[in-house]
Ligand binder design. Structure first.
Ligand code: SF4
Length: 58
């Protein structure tokens, strides 16, 4: 696994995603896909995904 994988990122949130190998990325605020949506969503990422905003957990 990459040293910058989502699994080791402080923005990775696993509490609200049912899949064991996935979680939410909380780097940005939630997005609203349409104007009618009352609730925003965060992107779902896999544990072995990564991006340039990785922040190592303490
Ligand atoms: S997408 Fe980037 S910022 Fe979001 S959890 Fe993964 S490494 Fe962290």
């Amino acid at each position: 696994m990459s040293a910058t994988a989502c699994k080791s990122c402080s923005f990775f949130e696993t509490k609200v995603v049912a899949a064991a190998d996935a979680g939410l990325c909380r780097f940005n605020p939630p997005s609203f896909l349409t104007e009618d949506e009352k609730r925003g969503i965060w992107p779902v990422v896999k544990t072995d995904d990564w991006c340039g905003h990785h922040s190592k957990t303490n």
